[in-house]
Design a protein around this ligand. Structure first.
Ligand SMILES: Cc1cc2nc3c(=O)[nH]c(=O)nc-3n(C[C@H](O)[C@H](O)[C@H](O)COP(=O)(O)OP(=O)(O)OC[C@H]3O[C@@H](n4cnc5c(N)ncnc54)[C@H](O)[C@@H]3O)c2cc1C
Length: 336
């Protein structure tokens, strides 16, 4: 690991100023954001990146913490620790999906350090990307080795030219809750649906997983008030129960009105380079009569359009079954 300086800005504007501009003067130092360090320190140790400086966001007051907004939504600072979401018992009903997703991340030790912003901005876990000697396309090479190599953990949706999956557990949960991302850069603040924050490899820069410019910082997430009566859950299937990334995860929110589904949001994790909205299933669920048959059809619709690679066909039945389980648990199958 090469040595680096740690910069400790007191406010977001200074942090932005300490980051290199996308097309800034060549003399500008190469600095990266440091949050809880649970991902970026590994990248440094494995020589995947070698910045001259880290801009430590923990020195900025006001980025940590989450609170209810006056209208019943949620504001979450980017430096909020995952353990704070996990331990907040008031995150129930519509917000249970967020608490359950936070609790599913890594180990208790990591959740104590890791932040919401870092979780959403963490880099891919694909073994080829993480191998310092594999010049994969995500690191500026010309090839995605997973396309024809080992791809058990890779994408079944939205792949090409890279087949990474987005590793964040919070991302599907926050997208299912229709969260907005607040991004601060040299020209001030911009807001966007979190869903639009993430980019497919075929869209933005292949070297990034989101719309953040080099000199931009994710400062907070705003979750709008969910409709009264909304319930939610996060289900994650992993190889190791102790701690592991998702093979497949499902973030689901829904509201039942009488015998009908008034609204439903279904976002998958572990299957695509971005949190993947199961749009076909959502369309099928909208305003439909609850019942076992609806759940079965929605679960099947959630895997339509998938394009599995040589080693990850198992993700299809896994996804279908997890969606079935989530919808059933939330009552979409009718009274049990
Ligand atoms: C053993 C292990 C198991 C894990 N299991 C899981 C798991 O099951 N689920 C899961 O979701 N994750 C898992 N992770 C990943 C870990 O949870 C995330 O890496 C963690 O949430 C990152 O948060 P952090 O604050 O430590 O980020 P850092 O490591 O500090 O930063 C991560 C990246 O995001 C950038 N960044 C951070 N904050 C901001 C910001 N506000 N604005 C712009 N850029 C920013 C950094 O520059 C860096 O590139 C695991 C990690 C380990 C080591």
């Amino acid at each position: 690991m090469r040595s680096f300086r740690i910069l400790t800005p007191r406010d977001v504007a200074t942090a932005v100023d300490q980051l290199p501009a996308t097309r800034g003067p060549a003399t500008r130092e190469d600095a990266r954001v440091l949050a809880g360090g649970q991902d970026i320190l590994t990248e440094l140790k494995h020589d995947l990146i070698a910045p001259e400086a880290l801009v430590d966001l923990s020195s900025i007051a006001g980025l940590e913490g989450h609170e209810r907004t006056p209208d019943g939504g949620l504001r979450i600072g980017a430096m909020t620790r995952l353990v704070d979401l996990e331990r907040d018992a008031s995150l129930a009903g519509a917000f249970a999906v967020l608490r359950e997703a936070a609790a599913s991340v890594a180990s208790p030790q990591i959740r104590t350090q890791a932040t919401v912003g870092g979780n959403l901005c963490q880099r891919p876990r694909c073994a080829y990307y993480r191998h310092s000697h594999a010049p994969c396309i995500k690191k500026g090479g010309s090839e995605c080795f997973a396309a024809t190599g080992h791809n058990k953990y890779n994408a079944i949706f939205g792949g090409g030219p890279s087949y990474i999956v987005h590793p964040s557990d919070l991302a599907p949960a926050l997208v299912a809750l229709n969260a907005e991302a607040v991004v601060v850069g040299p020209r001030g603040e911009r807001r966007m649906p979190l869903e639009n924050f993430f980019t497919l490899p075929s869209e933005g820069s292949i070297l990034r997983e989101n719309v953040l410019g080099k000199n931009e910082v994710l400062s907070e997430l705003i979750v709008p008030k969910p409709a009264d009566g909304t319930v939610s859950t996060y289900l994650k299937f992993r190889e190791r129960e102790s701690y592991d990334f998702a093979l497949v995860a499902v973030a689901c929110t829904l509201r039942i009105d009488g015998s009908k589904l008034a609204s439903a949001s279904l976002v998958l994790g572990g299957v695509a380079p971005i949190p993947w909205r199961a749009t076909r299933a959502e369309v099928l669920l909208a305003n439909a009569e609850v019942g076992v048959d609806l759940v079965r059809r929605a679960a099947q619709a959630s895997i339509e359009g998938a394009a599995p690679l040589s080693e990850n066909g198992y993700k299809l039945p896994l996804t279908r079954n997890l969606v079935w389980k989530a919808l059933t648990a939330l009552g979409a199958g009718g009274a049990r």
